[in-house]
Design a protein around this ligand. Structure first.
Ligand code: MG
Ligand code: MG
Length: 285
């Protein structure tokens, strides 16, 4: 199974629709192939992505032991709406919240819960998206809560390095295989497993668009050359133990089958003629 990493849609719910409501983004009908964004569309994606980057930067600053994942979700939703956007995740295929909050051996798609208390030493992944003027931004961070183990620090650091190794391959003319090879090299040389059950994706009018962005070498990688104006969500997930995951009974939360730690970082990235622009860059907000 290879599924876009930010929200595993229950299969029955993945039906493209042109319906628009005031409540938030709907899944737009996929156009054929990979969309090349116009200058105007890129500018809107920059704005959507700045909202995501600002929200995640603030979440990283306020997170502390004793808070619940529901507290972080409420904060994220409030800030995304204050900045004039709509949370991309809320209602997406029935997902009930504005962030995914996944702790320790939880890999992705953890559902915020007022009973889920964040503790010293936790490895907390927070993933969120903002829908602004018709376009989405999408990013994920790993937050090390208070004092964490050396293993947790190293895993998160290598996961972030693998993201940037992938991003560094991005330019017009490069291939998705180039990204996968670069990401895989960093993860494997550090001795970590790459989760294969979830991939990155194109992002734009839809939270998830073509192409799938794989984090490891496989024949399934779409054979496309990157072109200026494409926008990709690159989001490798690394496990300290085995690569395998399973979905819990809530139908969303993915966990490592061996209960080993998992870390993930994600950016929305614009392909340019000579390289890339990280649209969700938190250092610029
Ligand atoms: Mg995401
Ligand atoms: Mg994503």
């Amino acid at each position: 199974m290879n599924i876009f990493a930010d929200l595993l849609p229950p299969k029955s719910a993945v039906k493209p629709s042109n319906k628009k409501t005031q409540a938030g983004p709907t899944i737009q009908k996929q156009r054929r192939g990979i969309e090349i964004k116009s200058k105007r569309e890129i500018e809107i994606m920059r704005q959507a992505s700045v909202i995501v980057a600002t929200t995640l930067k603030e979440i990283m600053e306020i997170t502390e032991p004793g808070m619940t994942t529901a507290d972080l979700d409420a904060y994220a939703e409030k800030r995304i709406r204050e900045m004039g956007a709509v949370p991309s995740f809320k209602g997406y295929c029935g997902f009930p919240a504005s962030i995914c909050s996944s702790i320790n051996h939880e890999v992705v798609h953890g559902i915020p819960n007022k009973k889920k208390v964040i503790r010293e030493g936790d490895v907390l992944k927070v993933d969120t998206g903002a829908f602004f003027n018709g376009f989405h931004g999408d990013s994920c961070v790993t937050i090390l809560v208070g004092e964490v183990s050396d293993e947790a620090k190293r895993l998160s650091q290598v996961a972030e390095e693998s993201l940037f190794a992938g991003i560094n391959q991005v330019k017009a003319g490069a291939t998705l295989l180039d990204l996968a090879i670069a990401i895989e090299k960093v993860a494997k040389s550090a001795g970590y497993a790459i989760v294969e059950d979830f991939t990155g994706h194109g992002v734009g009018r839809n939270l998830h668009e073509e192409p799938a962005v794989f984090n490891y070498r496989t024949r399934s990688i779409p054979k496309v050359k990157l072109r200026a104006g494409m926008t990709l969500a690159i989001e490798p997930i690394l496990n300290a133990g085995k690569k395998t995951t399973k979905i819990l009974g809530d139908r969303w939360t993915a966990v490592t089958t061996d209960r080993s730690l998992s870390a993930q970082w994600e950016h929305t990235v614009l392909v340019t003629k000579d390289g890339y622009e990280i649209l969700t860059d938190r250092t610029k907000v």
